[in-house]
Design a protein around this ligand. Structure first.
Ligand SMILES: Nc1ncnc2c1ncn2[C@@H]1O[C@H](COP(=O)(O)OP(=O)(O)OP(=O)(O)O)[C@@H](O)[C@H]1O
Ligand SMILES: [Mg+2]
Length: 605
């Protein structure tokens, strides 16, 4: 609990802490009303039991003097009315308090979730290479909600119940100090003992709950993401039984944790009733006769009765916090890590670099973080403005990695990438990226319209339709969209573009890159799914932009880059050849290897 409060304290902003303090203030007010309603009940019952008390009790005679009420009946009616009024006010205050606590907690949920998203988006791209996206979704949405529902809420409610308990206990002390102190000690020891006894199993259940829930999310994401392969391989049942197993573990862990959270309620009840009976017997014994003890007993019983729910909640909220700490720990760790790792200023929208003269890659080495294997070694290359550069090499030779480095998604381990002689960091990675059009090997399409996918991420009312169509024409897509899709540019493409062909998806990717009119276009196998004719048409359209466009193309199909100015041949992460197609075909053995199937295929026809 202590650790949980510490972590919450660090997660909340100053403003949120002020809101929490305000909610706390209202709690004290609610508790005070609760206290008064019980306090007023005491003389009310006393008068009913023994009307003569009006004259003997100094407080009551004072009240009688200021109100001017004379008869015992009128006096009890007055007191009864005041008590009812206070109880109703107390209800209103409590209800308003519930609202303030709810509003506070859920506004914290909103802010935490949004902040977490923002912090994650500002993280280095390499972070995403190491994390499972289903896990991230779970942390951002589910863990955040758990932190609020199962940690923040219980802490706030515990506070409320603690304040109420303290007030009511104080009242019981006024009525009968010995009994109240004895009962408090008994209850305190009991709650503390129960919470200690269940601590380890509750924490264990909490950890199991967290683990199985993560696993559930991961597997669900995998099943839905790979449904095509699953179906074709007939593996539905094996995935289903794996999912069933974790789902059952989750159900069991939930059942266990929630039971641990409710057990204290029964214990507290049993202990409180036992203590109450003991207390009453003690009071009868100490007053000597029943009728004298009755008002005190009634007040005591009423106070204890109002106290019980608070004590029960207190005991069970502690368990809830306890089994939810793994969620808090995970969220907190991610939050802190994301805060530390924050690198990019995602709020800035820098202007693209106006005129790029050339890109220099200098003695670049690259290793993925935390890995031994060198992926790229001693890469040096120069790309001049307006040139068309090809990068070829066998699968796994590091072409996509090199492209990711040039676009600034990855950072070189050693060496540098210079743009117009300046380091990328000096220019600003985001500014650099704004100048690029990048068509990756796997295109991400969002479940939105063709138009929105071409103008990716631009708010709907800011999309320039003419520019969308121009880009689509260059990508050889316009014909298809306007003639074959019934809703044209408004056609929904389905999740990850499932309603389009591979080549159509790729052409949306190309149109997306062209939409922003980049100075540099980077194709990573961007035309691999197109037939020769379509590819030639796309490349011809891009050739027309030559005066303002530098083109870097990673390609397996060597015919794509045949007319290019220069080709770099990569092998095992090193540049093993540079030159024109004709030169390499003559002098470079690796290039000849890459070429040979094609030569054979051509000879065969
Ligand atoms: N996130 C990663 N973490 C660790 N290693 C990686 C990661 N991504 C790629 N690799 C490794 O880096 C090497 C180069 O991969 P890369 O994707 O650059 O190859 P490629 O030349 O583009 O291949 P292909 O032609 O098949 O697309 C591969 O051996 C791959 O296993
Ligand atoms: Mg690749």
């Amino acid at each position: 609990m202590h650790d949980a409060v510490n972590k919450l304290n660090k997660l909340l902003s100053a403003k949120q802490k002020r809101q929490a303090l305000a909610a706390f203030g209202l709690m004290v007010l609610a508790a005070a009303f609760e206290f008064s309603s019980v306090t007023l009940f005491l003389p009310f019952v006393a008068i009913l039991a023994r009307p003569s008390i009006i004259h003997s009790n100094p407080y009551l005679s004072f009240l009688k003097a200021i109100t001017g009420v004379q008869s015992a009946t009128d006096f009890s009616i007055l007191l009864g009315l005041i008590t009812v009024l206070v109880i109703w006010t107390s209800m209103v205050v409590r209800a308003f308090n519930v609202y303030t606590i709810n509003r506070f907690c859920f506004s914290v949920l909103h802010v935490l979730t949004l902040n977490m998203m923002r912090l994650h988006l500002a993280r280095d791209y390499t972070f995403y290479l190491k994390r499972n996206t289903a896990d991230l979704t779970k942390t951002v949405l589910i863990e955040a909600e758990k932190v609020v529902r199962d940690v923040l809420f219980p802490v706030m409610r515990s506070l409320l119940h603690l304040v109420i308990s303290i007030f009511l206990m104080a009242l019981l002390v006024l009525i009968s100090p010995v009994v109240a102190v004895a009962t408090s000690i008994a209850l305190g020891v009991c709650i503390w003992g129960i919470s200690l006894a269940f601590r380890h199993p509750t924490q264990a259940a909490g950890r199991e709950l967290f683990r199985s829930n993560s696993e559930r999310f991961r597997q669900a994401a995998e099943i839905f993401g790979g449904v095509k392969e699953l179906r074709l391989l007939g593996r539905e049942n094996s995935y289903l039984s794996r999912f069933g197993a974790v789902s059952l573990q989750y159900a069991n862990a939930t059942a266990r944790s929630e039971t641990f959270a409710s057990l204290p309620i029964f214990f507290v009840q049993a202990v409180a009733i036992s203590a109450g009976i003991g207390a009453m017997l003690y009071m009868v014994w100490s007053y000597g006769e029943m009728s004298a003890a009755l008002p005190s007993i009634a007040a005591f019983a009423y106070g204890a009765y109002r106290l019980m729910p608070s004590l029960q909640s207190l005991a069970s909220e502690i368990s809830v916090v306890r089994y939810s700490t793994p969620a808090l720990d995970a969220f907190y760790a991610d939050y802190e890590a994301a805060k530390r790792a924050r690198r990019e200023d995602i709020d800035s929208m820098p202007q693209p670099v106006a005129l790029i003269d050339g890109i220099d890659v200098r003695t670049l080495d690259f290793r993925y973080e935390g890995q031994e294997r060198t992926i790229l070694a001693d890469i040096t290359l120069r790309i001049n403005r307006g040139e068309r550069i090809g990068i070829v090499g066998s699968s796994g030779s590091g072409k996509s990695t090199l492209a990711d480095l040039i676009v600034g998604l990855l950072r070189p381990t050693t060496g540098q990438i210079l743009v117009d002689g300046k380091r990328l960091e000096t220019i600003g990675i985001r500014r650099w990226q704004r100048s690029l059009g990048y068509v990756p090997q796997v295109i991400f399409l969002s479940d939105d319209t063709v138009r929105a996918n071409i103008a990716f991420g631009v708010p709907t009312d800011e999309i320039n339709q003419a520019a969308v169509e121009e880009a689509a024409k260059q990508a050889h897509l316009h014909q298809f969209v306007s003639h074959e899709l019934e809703a044209g540019y408004d056609t929904m493409v389905g999740e990850r573009g499932i309603r389009l062909s591979g080549g159509q998806r790729q052409r949306i990717g190309i149109a997306r890159a062209l939409y922003r009119k980049p100075a540099i276009l980077i194709f990573d196998e961007a035309t691999s799914a197109l037939d020769n004719e379509t590819e030639a048409a796309v490349m011809a359209a891009i050739d027309e932009l030559r005066d303002r466009l530098t083109l870097i193309t990673v390609a397996h199909r060597l015919s794509t880059i045949e007319p290019y100015d220069r080709i770099y041949v990569l092998d095992g992460g090193r540049v093993v050849g540079t030159g024109t197609y004709a030169f390499l075909a003559q002098h470079n053995s690796k290039f000849q290897d890459l070429l040979s199937p094609r030569v054979e295929a051509e000879q065969a026809t």
